[in-house]
Design a protein around this ligand. Structure first.
Ligand code: QAP
Ligand code: CO
Length: 182
């Protein structure tokens, strides 16, 4: 099931997400929904708070178009090692149409649990995966890429997002007024 992706600004995107304690069927269903939502929006990464679920879950697939593109779910992820610096032009499914340079670590080691609760580690350097891990883990602490750019740029983006939200509300109201014929 595709879920609705929250558009920034939204108070839920600023909250700190809670650790996952139960590795059950409900968690797997949420991860499935997040994957469907991310692929339908042409994304490479998505964090649970972006679909309004304040739990420490992220998914990443840095090659979604490739045959056997590999989706990974990271539960309770934490950066345990980092070094270096890189700048990457990032986007975010909660900030559609906007791309900004953000400074990140060049290398990170991330400890996480898989959907079965087993502890895993992954290392990534100078890559889309390295950026995606940092971007998505930030979401779990209520930090978005717009928190890492200038105030001026942030305010301009905020105006454009408010327009997009209004448009979407109007579309929704129109759809309710004249539902598609079956
Ligand atoms: C986070 O971002 C990320 O504006 C995931 O119109 C950022 O998947 C990972 C997207 C940088 C690695 C590097 C954004 C799709 C997707 C848009 C995304 C849009 C359509 C963003
Ligand atoms: Co994002």
């Amino acid at each position: 099931m595709v879920r609705e992706i929250l558009i920034w600004p939204d108070p839920r995107l600023k909250e700190k997400a809670a650790p996952v304690a139960r590795f059950d069927a409900e968690l797997k269903k949420l991860v499935d929904d997040m994957a469907e939502t991310m692929y339908s929006a042409d994304g490479v990464g998505l964090a649970a708070p972006q679909v309004g679920v304040l739990q420490r879950i992220i998914i990443i697939d840095v090659s979604p178009r490739e045959e056997g593109g590999k989706l990974t779910a990271f539960i309770n992820p934490e950066i345990v090692e980092s070094d270096g610096e890189m700048i990457y032009k990032e986007g975010c499914l909660s900030i559609p149409g906007e791309y900004e340079d953000v400074k990140r670590f060049a290398r990170v080691k991330v400890r996480y649990q898989d959907v079965d609760g087993r502890t895993q580690e992954i290392e990534a350097a100078d890559s889309l995966l390295a950026v995606a891990l940092q971007h998505e883990i930030d979401h779990l602490d209520g930090t978005l890429m717009v928190d890492k750019i200038s105030t001026l740029k942030r305010e301009l983006i905020k105006k454009r997002m408010k327009k997009i939200k209004l448009e979407r509300e109007r579309e929704r109201a129109d759809a309710l007024r004249s539902p598609p014929a079956l």
